[in-house]
Ligand binder design. Structure first.
Ligand SMILES: NC(=O)c1ccc[n+]([C@@H]2O[C@H](COP(=O)([O-])OP(=O)(O)OC[C@H]3O[C@@H](n4cnc5c(N)ncnc54)[C@H](O)[C@@H]3O)[C@@H](O)[C@H]2O)c1
Length: 445
């Protein structure tokens, strides 16, 4: 569909998505294999890309009366699914078929149809250290005297892959690492590089991958709650090498619901006294999160959303005493089919109490896979877009993330609908179209 250009930046300035897009996935586990198998299933016409905004979403242009709502993938020059080539790293040698079968997210019949394609995607040996993920014992790992040497080996992997495709994006879909506080080694690229040589314990494996990507000008998305690129050294490298970044933690199940419900309570000025969230899940992610140090990383990522949405400093009568508790329980029988319960104690007119119960029986990786795909496609777009490529953090992708990374001193937007508006307005902006404010008075002139 041909979309008429408006004033401002024009499409010609965004480099076209010509040729193959190489996607390097760190961690070929449940989310990654569900994304890879899903993309192949869609390419073959076996299924629809449900849950993917880039594939199914439309964007309204102009006035409501214009009736112009193209598909997003027709409006902005995104890579086509047919042009994506996947590779990745893992600490286990299983190919994508074996790993997908182990994750047991997709049924055997679907996987059987895709077997030759999935078997051909074999992981590269990983950079891994059990100190950062206590519950896993990686056997298929790179060796090096220093973290610098490991980074150089990853850079070699990236360069080799670059020779086979036209553009590259990297995404972390690896396990959740232990909770790390930002320290001196994270404050500048210089400190970070010294830390790589000195094997500084503040540098986690995810940061070695991110460093390698950004050094190579490759955009990087962080789907886990790890610190990874949320440090000044990475933001600086990202801007310097025009390699966009975003993170952290895919917003899939419970937090997705939270960032829909909480803005609704706030919009109606309803108070919230308590919000108790619990989960049972039995996949490998659940096993890793059973370790208190990895759980702490996840807990921090999940806790932030309510605090920012409710703004208790602005609304002390409604939210000052909110008690927010999150539990994640590893329960193997459920596998990837997680169940989440939320009990929300709210109060209304004159303080009268009410309760809302949410019971979400979701499939973790079915929700996460389209998010991972969209992040990859949008980061590739950002890299080709003059207005975006040197900004570092791509805050407009907050829509997909539980704990969105923002510029220093800026609080994150968690409200899903603000995030959605921000994302779509960014697309309108880079294509030179008018932003949509929803004012609408002109319809009544
Ligand atoms: N599934 C979801 O809905 C969801 C939602 C939000 C965030 N996440 C996060 O996404 C990540 C992936 O989730 P998953 O369900 O696919 O988990 P998973 O355990 O199935 O997959 C993670 C994979 O990463 C590998 N790995 C660990 N450390 C590695 C390293 N240093 N290098 C290379 N590979 C490494 C593991 O071997 C495993 O295969 C987790 O951090 C999880 O917390 C998942």
């Amino acid at each position: 569909m041909a979309i008429e250009e408006k004033s401002g930046p024009v499409e010609e300035k965004i480099a076209p998505a010509r040729g193959k897009l190489g996607v390097m996935v760190v961690g070929l586990g449940a989310v990654a294999t569900t994304m890879i198998a899903g993309v192949e299933a869609v390419r073959r016409g076996l299924a629809k890309p449900i849950g993917s905004l880039t594939q199914m979403g439309t964007i309204r242009l102009g006035k409501r009366t214009d009736n112009t709502s193209p598909l997003i993938r027709d409006f902005v020059p995104l890579a086509r699914l047919d042009d994506i080539v996947f590779t990745g790293w893992d600490i286990f040698e299983d190919n994508v078929y074996e790993s997908a079968a182990h994750a047991a997210v997709l049924d055997k019949e679907t996987l059987a149809k895709l077997k030759p394609h999935l078997e051909a995607i074999k992981p590269l040996p990983a950079v891994f250290d059990q100190f950062y993920v206590k519950r896993l014992n990686g056997t298929y790992v790179k060796k090096g005297k220093s973290k610098r040497e490991l980074a150089d080996q990853l850079i070699e992997d990236i360069r080799a892959f670059k020779k086979t495709v036209d553009r590259v994006v990297m995404i972390w879909a690896g396990s959740t690492e232990i909770f790390l506080e930002p320290s001196a080694v994270h404050q500048s690229v210089e400190n970070f590089e010294k830390g790589l040589l000195a094997n500084d314990p503040g540098i986690a494996p995810s940061q070695i991958y991110a460093y390698a990507a950004l050094k190579e000008g490759v955009p990087f998305a962080n789907g886990a709650p790890n610190l990874t690129v949320d440090i000044p050294a990475m933001v600086c490298l990202s801007k310097k090498n025009a390699a966009p970044i975003c993170g952290k933690d895919f917003k899939t199940g419970q937090t997705f619901m939270k960032t829909v419900l909480a803005p609704a309570f706030k919009a109606r000025m309803l108070g919230v006294q308590g919000w108790f969230s619990t989960n049972i899940l039995g996949n490998r992610d659940g096993e890793v999160l059973d370790d208190p140090e990895s759980f702490k990383t996840k807990e921090e990522s999940k806790l932030g959303s309510l605090e920012y949405i409710f703004q208790p400093e602005l609304y002390p009568d409604l939210y000052k005493n909110l008690y927010h508790k999150i539990r994640i329980n590893y329960y193997p029988p459920r596998g990837d089919e997680k169940e989440a319960w939320d009990n929300i104690d709210i109060f209304g007119w004159l303080g009268y109490p009410m309760q809302v119960k949410v019971n979400f029986l979701c499939r973790d990786s079915i929700l996460a896979a389209p998010i991972a795909l969209d992040l990859v496609l949008f980061l590739d777009l950002a890299k080709r877009t003059p207005d975006l490529r040197s900004l570092g953090i791509q805050e407009w992708l907050s829509f997909y993330l539980k704990s969105p990374q923002t510029a220093e001193g800026l609080y994150p937007e968690h409200d899903l609908f603000i995030q959605s508006m921000k994302l779509k307005n960014t697309l309108r902006h880079i294509m030179g179209h008018d932003l949509i404010t929803h004012l609408g008075l002109d319809y009544y002139d």
